[in-house]
Design a protein around this ligand. Structure first.
Ligand code: PXP
Length: 241
């Protein structure tokens, strides 16, 4: 068993389905194949505009999946209510802007701090493990701890862009490594995600040993078009061992 967990984000299976307003490809089918292929969890992001995953996907996947379901939600009353009802094993609170193409940065933890604390408390009491999707910044890590989150997920978008553009990424890698050390000393579990592909996952995992979970979606689903989910998930698992 690998020391690090792989969370497979299947949002973009729903993106393809929704592009034609059909019932296929099925996110549930993808979730079950991910499970069979050795994913440690399946991630879905229920967006306010339901642009990919919708409410019935959530219901169906939660009822059939045996590995943990990680539900990403924005910090809103609507999403809190849904998460409390479905009791996903893991909840990751993410920022959400309507017009963004994808989650552009980490949460602003100073904004709506009291509300965030309320959400986190309720979700934890309801049995979900709660993670906050943040930038690898000391100030934000301290607030995440204050808010009593179980985990922090560091946004890896910037380092992935630098690696993809063949630019120098050493300083960014050091910044993340420092943040990982700081957060783990505070007792937070560390996750990483956004923009990861084989190369960036390999680089980050080789240098930073305390990351417990990688959450990977867009690249993984894209590669699966050519090689199948099973092969791509196994390849990622080999990298993070
Ligand atoms: N982790 C979080 C919290 C996310 O919101 C996302 C999607 O933006 C991912 C991981 C996966 O990112 P990607 O689809 O770029 O692999």
């Amino acid at each position: 068993m690998s020391k690090t967990r792989l969370g497979v984000n299947i949002d973009h299976v729903a993106t393809v389905r929704n592009a034609r307003g059909e019932k296929y490809p099925s996110p549930l089918r993808a979730a079950i194949i991910a499970q069979k292929s050795g994913a440690h969890s399946v991630t879905i992001h229920l967006r306010e505009d339901r642009r990919h995953i919708n409410d019935s996907d959530l219901k169906e996947i939660k009822s059939k999946l045996k590995i943990p379901l990680n539900l990403e939600i924005a910090a809103t009353n609507e999403m809190l209510k849904i998460a409390l009802k479905h009791k996903p094993n893991f909840v990751c609170i993410v920022p959400e802007k309507r017009k963004e193409i994808t989650t552009e940065g980490g949460l602003n933890l100073n904004y709506k701090k009291k509300f965030l604390k309320k959400i986190i408390d309720k979700l934890k009491k309801n049995g979900s493990r709660v993670s906050l999707f943040i930038e690898a910044k000391i100030r934000d890590i301290k607030i995440a701890k204050e808010l009593n989150a179980d985990c922090v997920e560091f946004h890896t978008g910037k380092i992935c862009n630098l690696i993809n553009k063949k630019k120098k990424y050493g300083n960014e890698l050091k910044r993340i490594e420092f943040a990982v050390d700081f957060a783990s000393k505070l007792g937070l579990e560390i996750h990483a995600g956004h923009g990861l592909n084989y190369q960036s996952t390999k680089i980050i995992n080789a240098k930073i040993k305390k990351i417990k979970e990688f959450n990977i979606g867009h690249f993984l689903i894209g590669e699966s078009i050519f090689f199948g989910l099973n092969t791509v998930i196994k390849q990622f698992k080999k990298i993070i061992i």
